[in-house]
Design a protein around this ligand. Structure first.
Ligand SMILES: O=c1[nH]cnc2c1ncn2[C@@H]1O[C@H](COP(=O)(O)OP(=O)(O)O)[C@@H](O)[C@H]1O
Length: 207
C-alpha cells in the first residue's frame, strides 16, 4: 500500500494560509533565530498541473496531463522548491518550469488565483524508490549539460483515457498521485476558453 493511502493527507491550505506558515531559516519575526518555540520552519515547493487536448480520435477523456520522471525514478508534476526570501511562489514556480520545460515555460502566465491548495507535510523529503517507464513514451527529455535539468529524466504526457489505471501503478513523489486523481473530476475542456484551473471557480477558491 502506498504511503498516502496509509496516512490521510494533511488538510488543504489556501495560498494565504500556506504563506502564513513560518518559513526560511528562522521564524519570520526573528530572523536568524532557530527558536524551537517558533515551531517547524517550512519550505515551499510549488508544482503545476498542466493539461492539454490530445489529438482527436483517442479514448475519452481526450486530455493529457504533463508529468515528469524524476531523478529518483518517481513521477511528479513539474515544479520544485521556492525560496520565499528571493521570489514569490509564482516566480519560483516559473523559474523551476523554465529549468524543466525549457522555452515552452515562457508561454505560461501564472497568477495567484491559479493556486489550488497546499499541504504542510512535516518532515517530508526525497524518497529514493525506483519506477518503471516501459509502457510510456517520453518526449522532450532534457539531459544534463545541454542547458537542461539533470534532475528531470523526461517529460511524460499522461493520457487520461484507458491507460490511466496502468499509469497509476507507478510510484509517485509526495502526494502527486492524490493530486492527479483529485484533479480529474473537475477537468474541463481547455478549448472552452475557461482559463481557470480544473475544479476552481477562477477566484482561487476550491469548488
Ligand atoms: O508532484 C509533486 N506533488 C507533490 N509534491 C511533490 C511533487 N514533486 C515533488 N514534491 C515534493 O516537493 C519537494 C521538493 O520537490 P523537488 O525535489 O522536485 O524540488 P527541487 O526540484 O527544487 O529539488 C519534495 O519534498 C517532494 O516530496
Amino acid at each position: 500500500m502506498r504511503d498516502e493511502e496509509e496516512t490521510p493527507p494533511p488538510p488543504l491550505l489556501s495560498r494565504a494560509e500556506a504563506l502564513a506558515l513560518p518559513s526560511g531559516r528562522g521564524d519570520r519575526n526573528r530572523p536568524g533565530k532557530r527558536s524551537e518555540a517558533a515551531g517547524p520552519r517550512w519550505r515551499h515547493a510549488c508544482h503545476i498541473l498542466l493539461y492539454a487536448p490530445l489529438p482527436a480520435g483517442g479514448p475519452e477523456p481526450r486530455f493529457a496531463i504533463l508529468m515528469q520522471l524524476r531523478f529518483d525514478g518517481l513521477f511528479g508534476f513539474p515544479g520544485g522548491l521556492v525560496d520565499l526570501g528571493k521570489e514569490s511562489l509564482e516566480e519560483g514556480l516559473l523559474r523551476e518550469l523554465r529549468e524543466e520545460l525549457g522555452p515552452a515555460a515562457g508561454e505560461i502566465r501564472l497568477r495567484p488565483w491559479h493556486h489550488r491548495g497546499a499541504r504542510a507535510w512535516p518532515g517530508s523529503g526525497r524518497r529514493k524508490k525506483s519506477g518503471s517507464l516501459e509502457k510510456w513514451g517520453l518526449e522532450g527529455g532534457k539531459e544534463g549539460k545541454e542547458g537542461g535539468n539533470n534532475r528531470v529524466q523526461g517529460l511524460v504526457r499522461v493520457p487520461l483515457g484507458g491507460g490511466l489505471p496502468t499509469f497509476l501503478q507507478h510510484q509517485f513523489i509526495g502526494d502527486a498521485r492524490t493530486q492527479l486523481l483529485g484533479a480529474l473530476p473537475g477537468l474541463g475542456d481547455p478549448r472552452d476558453g475557461d482559463q481557470s484551473p480544473p475544479g476552481s471557480n477562477g477566484k482561487g477558491e476550491e469548488t
